[in-house]
Design a protein around this ligand. Structure first.
Ligand code: UDP
Ligand code: MG
Length: 329
């Protein structure tokens, strides 16, 4: 078991929110219960919680609800982004805005039960830096979604060298070390799963039952998930580029062998006309492989393009931060 180190007294609970007005009241209540239970116990080892809501450009009443909730409280901060930047950027905005010893990332829709946070803190205090929650079950998700996700991750694991945590989302507790490391990774096309894996540190998994969404609708559809999947591959590994190279090599060798065969056949048996069908097939196959290769290169080139523009990851419309003496050392 790892050795204990560093201070572990303050924790920020980061909640990215996008159009979550339906679920926010329930979330506020559950988070307040959590904070209250910590105060009740009044133990020497208790933690002080700060709630940090990052609104990702919601178009419903989310911002008003958060503003109202934060009113007069000294443990609620918020950051409102200037538009919808996506959950990844919203989380990054939160990561950049925390100063506590630990950071818990949790979804607004109560799919990740806040009541588990004390258990995560206990593991963190045993010396782990990244306590990530692994889903034992996934309620309210279709069979198709579960199967495709399983296939995708086993494929991804095969082509990458970084160990990938299965069945984990962003629900986790990160030590200050990890938060600082994540802040250093300034890539603009962020894929948290890849980043959490990449930074390493002492990780421990923690099984939980993922609940169904408490209210409201999921922001994902298959098109977005497909994009996320592609993004996952391109941010974890350059293996597809290599695959295209191998593919090209195999096809070229095949073509040389075939050319030699045709050459010798013509020398020995003379020229003959037939061969349109085989010619067409070969052309189509090669054309397909070429286009695929171009697509793969384009995919990486696009990422480079986005990165070299060097734009900020997100823009802030409005923010409010609590300054607690305990958190700022
Ligand atoms: N979210 C966000 N920006 C977006 C989409 C989602 O901040 O563009 C937040 C959302 O409010 C929620 C979390 O990310 O807190 C997870 O979203 P959702 O529940 O829709 O995803 P799922 O649980 O279905 O994967
Ligand atoms: Mg959800």
């Amino acid at each position: 078991m790892p050795q204990e180190e560093g201070r572990k007294d303050s924790v920020t609970i980061l909640v990215p929110c996008y159009n979550e007005e339906e679920v926010l009241p329930a979330l506020f209540a559950r988070l307040d219960l959590l904070i209250a239970s910590e105060l009740d116990e009044g133990r020497e080892s208790s933690v002080s919680y700060t709630l940090l809501f990052v609104d990702d450009g919601s178009k419903d009443g989310t911002q008003e609800l958060i503003r109202e909730f934060a009113q007069g409280r000294e443990d609620v901060s918020y950051v409102f982004l200037s538009r919808n930047f996506g959950k990844e950027k919203a989380m990054f905005a939160g990561i950049e805005a925390t100063h506590t010893d630990g950071l818990v990332i949790i979804d607004a829709d109560l799919q990740d039960p806040p009541e588990l946070i004390p258990e995560m803190i206990a593991l963190w205090r045993q010396g782990y830096d990244d306590v990530y929650a692994r889903r034992r079950s996934r309620k309210g998700e279709s069979w198709l979604k579960k199967t495709t996700s399983r296939m995708y991750y086993s494929l991804l694991q095969k082509i990458t060298s970084v160990p990938i945590q299965r069945d984990t989302g962003d629900f986790r507790l990160l030590d200050r070390k990890c938060v600082e490391a994540l802040r250093e990774l300034r890539e603009s096309e962020r894929n948290s799963k890849a980043l959490f894996s990449w930074i390493g540190f002492r990780k421990i998994e923690f099984l939980y039952d993922r609940d169904a969404r408490a209210a409201g609708k999921t922001k994902w559809n298959y098109c977005k998930l497909m994009q996320l999947a592609l993004d996952g591959v391109t941010s974890f590994t350059v293996a597809p580029l290599r695959a295209v190279t191998y593919c090209g090599a195999v096809v070229s060798v095949g073509a040389i062998v075939y050319a030699l065969y045709i050459f010798l056949r013509t020398l020995i048996f003379g020229a003959d006309i037939p061969g349109y069908a085989s010619l067409l097939v070969v052309m189509l196959v090669l054309g397909g492989i070429e286009l695929l290769g171009l697509g793969v290169i384009g995919e990486y080139l696009g990422r480079i393009f986005v990165q070299v523009k060097g734009r900020p990851n997100y823009l802030v419309q409005e923010e409010h931060h609590v300054m607690r003496t305990k958190d700022h050392r």
